[in-house]
Write a protein that binds this ligand. Structure first.
Ligand code: FAD
Length: 298
């Protein structure tokens, strides 16, 4: 190929066989773009949104495909695919597994990873709301060592994050579900869609807490803190009383107030705001009905 055919630059391709080697390459070539599933990276390269000087292929690094327990939490390697989250972690992380089922198609779920979703840091990333409502932490590593950052601090803006130039995402740390969890997403059609808006919700019965995070309605995923505080004052955790319609309505309204969406081709700002309130109400009802021992499918 002559130079004009690839834009006049040569692409360096690195394929480490261990995590240590990957970190050393990242330290020596900070501009090398990490790639795992490639389901975001390859789209960006194909559409010329990304012209990396080097690519750091992490698919031969065994360490980041592993998950296990560490300090009473789960540590899930950045290279665990959505399919594996669903198959291997669905009972421990039901909210993340629900979100994973909504991602792309089977092919995308077989290649795409939660680590890659974190790397992209899109406000529409389906893996993010479930991580926010479980207070997950992202483990970043470089040759200098590792650090853990709460996911809400890791994601800094639309497609912006706290990853330093020498760092790679090693894993995320998250507690096993302490109670019912839900995830719901609206898209312009049933499959293969980026969320117009989404909601992740988790009940933490031991602490009598509710956590809700809205996706695709602000520059980053955003917690609905006022909605959380309001409903925590309403729920009867011991007697497990049904939630009244008025309280559900108010919860949805307060969740809507946390939204600050842009309008785009997938939905107007007004539609997103309305829809996220509906999803908030529904996910709360489903989760609470499950907590009460009922079936939320009716
Ligand atoms: C057809 C199609 C449908 C899709 N549908 C959805 C959907 O429904 N919901 C959704 O959320 N997303 C969707 N996506 C986007 C994509 O699949 C996800 O964001 C996925 O999680 C990316 O994971 P990956 O392993 O493929 O990441 P890659 O493309 O390999 O990487 C993504 C980003 O993360 C960085 N990165 C990857 N691994 C690391 C690491 N270990 N350390 C540091 N940085 C790293 C990369 O440099 C890049 O910036 C879709 C994509 C396609 C092509």
């Amino acid at each position: 190929m002559d130079e004009s055919e690839n834009g006049g630059t040569e692409l360096e391709f690195f394929r480490p066989g261990s995590w240590q080697e990957a970190l050393e390459i990242k330290a020596a070539y900070p501009d090398a773009l990490p790639i795992f599933g490639g389901t975001d990276v390859m789209v960006d390269i194909n559409f010329d949104r990304e012209r990396p000087e080097g690519v750091l292929d992490l698919t031969r690094v065994p360490e980041i495909r592993e998950w296990g327990e560490e300090d009473g939490r789960l540590r899930v390697g950045a290279g665990v695919t959505y399919t594996r989250v669903i198959d291997e972690l669905g009972d421990r992380l039901p909210g993340l597994a629900m979100a994973s089922r909504t991602v792309g198609s089977p092919q995308i779920r077989n290649r795409g990873t939660v680590g890659g979703n974190l790397g992209t840091s899109s406000p529409a990333g389906d893996a993010l709301p479930p991580l926010y409502v479980s207070d997950a932490e992202v483990e970043l590593a470089s040759t200098e060592g590792a650090r853990r950052v709460p996911v809400a601090e890791f994601v800094t803006g639309p497609k912006g994050n706290a990853l330093g130039p020498n760092e790679l995402i090693a894993a995320f740390h998250v507690p096993e579900a302490e109670g019912p969890q839900q995830y719901a997403k609206i898209g312009p059609r049933n499959a293969m869609v980026i969320a117009v808006c989404s909601v992740g919700l988790a009940l933490h019965p031991e602490q009598e807490k509710v956590r809700i995070c809205l996706g695709s309605v602000a520059p980053t995923p955003v917690r609905g803190r006022e909605a959380e505080e309001f409903i925590e004052g309403v729920l009867e955790w011991e007697s497990r009383e049904e939630i009244g319609e008025a309280a559900l309505e108010r919860f949805g309204e307060l969740a809507r107030m946390a939204a600050n969406p842009l309008g785009d081709v997938r939905g107007t700002a007004a539609y997103r705001t309305h829809a996220v309130g509906v999803l908030a109400r529904r996910t709360l009802k489903w989760a609470w009905d499950e907590y009460r021992g009922g079936d939320h499918t009716t």
